[in-house]
Design a protein around this ligand. Sequence first.
Ligand code: ACO
Length: 356
Amino acid sequence: MSKQDDPIGLDRAIAAETVLSHSDPESGQLLIRGYSLESLVQENSFEESVITLWQDVLSAELSMASLGQARMQVWQQFRPLQDHLKGMRPVERQRFLLSSLSETSTDPVLILAAAGVSAVLAMQENISNCEPDPSRSHADDLLMMIRGAESDQQSIAALETYLIAMIDHGISASTLAARVAASTRAGYVAAAIAALSVLQGPLHGGAPGLVLDMLDEIGSGEGIVPWLTAALDRGDRLMGFGSRAYRVPDPRAALFKASLWKLPEACRARLPLAEQVETTAIRLMAERKAGHVIQTNVEYYAALLLDAIGVPRQGFTPLFAASRTAGWMAHAREQQLTGRMLRPGSRYIGSYPSKG
Ligand code: ACO
C-alpha cells in the first residue's frame, strides 16, 4: 500500500463530528455554525459571534456586560501574580495565568475573559497599568488595555474582525489538543492550557511574530530575492506560508487585508514590502516544486493587521489564543458530550522478543 493510500499522522483522519465550524480546502470557504465567515464578521460583534458559536453546545450567560465583569474579576485575580511574570516569555505568562484559575472552573465566560486579559498581560508585565473597563466591548477593552489609551474606531473594528475570524477553524492541532484533554474529563481549564501549549509552536499559532521578523530582516525590495533564496536553500519554512487546511488562499487572510486597507495609510507602511515578498515567495517556491503552489496563510496578514493597530509582536500568539479559546471551550464541550475518550492507535514497527 502506498503512503498516499495509507497516511500516518492523522492527516486525513476524522477525529470528531462537529457542528461548530468547517473549512473547505478546495473552495476556501470557512463556515462557523452554518454561517459564512464573511457574514459572521459583517453582521456580528465578537460577543455575538461567541454566542452563535456556543449555542446549544455550551450553556453560558454571555453578554457584553457579563464578559466585561468577568474581565474585571480575572484581572483582580491575576494582580497578585504580577511578580511571578518577570523573566517569562509571553506565552509562558499566559499559560501561567490561566493555570492559576481553579481547575474546577466550569464557567466558559470566565475562561474566555481570562484568555483575553492574560493575552494583554503576556505583552506587558505591569498588571497595574491596564485596568479593564467592563462597560466596553471585548475588542475595545482589550485594545485599550494593550495601548493604554482610547483607540480609534477603525482599529477597534480591525481587532473585532481579527477576534471573530480566529474564533474557530475545524479541528486544528490546538483544537485537537483541547478535545483530547476534555475527552479524559480533565476539565475546561486543562483543555485550554493543553490547546495553548500546542498553539504556541511556530508551525501553528507561533508563526505571526516570526513573519514580522522575516520582513524586518528582508528590509527592502532589493533584499527579497537573496533572503528568500537563502532561506529556501537552507530548507527553512517561510513563516506565514503554507496550510494543511486550504489548497486555495485562506479566506481569513483576505478579510485581514481588507481591514488593513481601512486603516490610515501610516499604519500599513509594511504592506507594500509584504505584498512583494508574498508574490516573490510564491513564485520561488513554485519554481522549486513544479505545480506546488504555496499561498500565504492566515498568519501572514494577521501579523500585518495586529502590527498596524499597535499590538506588539510578542502579543500575537496570546491574542490568537484569546479568540480561539471560544472555539476550544465549545469543542471541549462537544467532545465531552460524546462521552468518548480520544485515543488513536499506532502501528508498531519496533522489535519483538526473540523466540526460544
Ligand atoms: N515554506 C517552505 N516550504 C514549505 C512551506 C513553507 N512555509 N510550507 C510547506 N512547505 C513545503 C514543505 O517543506 C513540504 O515539502 P516536502 O514535500 O519537500 O517535504 C511541502 O511544501 C508540503 O507542504 P504541505 O503538505 O502543503 O504542508 P504541510 O501540511 O506539511 O504543512 C504547515 C503545513 C505546517 C502550515 C507548513 O506550511 C508550514 O510549516 N508553514 C510555515 C509556518 C506557518 O506559517 N504556520 C502557521 C500556519 S496557520 C495556523 O496554524 C493558524
